[in-house]
Design a protein around this ligand. Structure first.
Ligand code: GDP
Ligand code: MG
Length: 177
């Protein structure tokens, strides 16, 4: 839990995007709250959660993680959602091919609204290995082609989640100074 009078060296806004149901809210909850819930309430409007981490070099970063339930389609919401974002986590569901097919759409949105943002592609739900529909090679291939960071993760089993956020935040940090 956060301290009231916490101090930090940097504050980074990160938008978490991707199709509905891929696990955006679950990944944020896992990272900021170290928990997972099967009946997470749908996000209403735009919400954000924060988490403060200390990097290996000692810098303290406060991450502001922005989540929506799809309202970023609306121009007015999109403006406040994307404005000032220095990073983006682009999530698809490894058990659901159409969520992977939409990654290009989300990248275009990011390019339009926050072209400077560092992007981490995340293939979520790897715990559901027996119904996997998108191979790790496809994820990796897309990430390479578009120069994105890439991690597979499971918000449910906690695999890869910390790694995805910390890699993204450290990359933003190393590019910002
Ligand atoms: P969002 O719409 O992108 O925010 O997705 P949610 O976080 O609400 O998750 C959608 C559904 O997928 C929920 O039923 C979650 O419990 C489930 N879910 C999210 N992440 C995982 C995961 O890593 N593994 C499994 N098995 N289910 C997940
Ligand atoms: Mg959500």
């Amino acid at each position: 839990k956060e301290l009231q009078n916490e101090t930090y060296d940097f504050i980074f806004k990160v938008v978490v995007c991707g199709d509905s149901g891929v696990g955006k809210s679950s990944l944020i909850k896992r990272f900021t709250d170290e928990s997972f819930s099967l009946d997470l309430k749908p996000t209403i409007g735009v919400e954000f959660a924060t988490k403060t981490i200390r990097l290996e070099g000692g810098s303290v970063l406060k991450a502001q993680l922005w989540d929506t339930a799809g309202q970023e389609r609306y121009r007015a919401v999109a403006q406040s959602y994307y404005r000032g974002a220095v990073g983006a986590m682009l999530v698809y569901d490894t058990t659901f091919g159409s969520s992977f097919d939409k990654i290009g759409y989300w990248l275009d949105e990011l390019e339009k609204h926050c072209p400077e943002a560092v992007v981490m592609l995340v293939g979520n739900k790897t715990d559901l290995a027996d119904i996997r529909a998108v191979s790790i090679e496809r994820g990796l291939g897309f990430a390479k082609e578009h120069s994105l960071l890439f991690v597979e993760a499971s918000a449910k089993s906690a695999t890869g989640v910390e790694d995805a956020f910390v890699q993204l935040l450290s990359t933003i940090h190393s590019q910002s100074n």
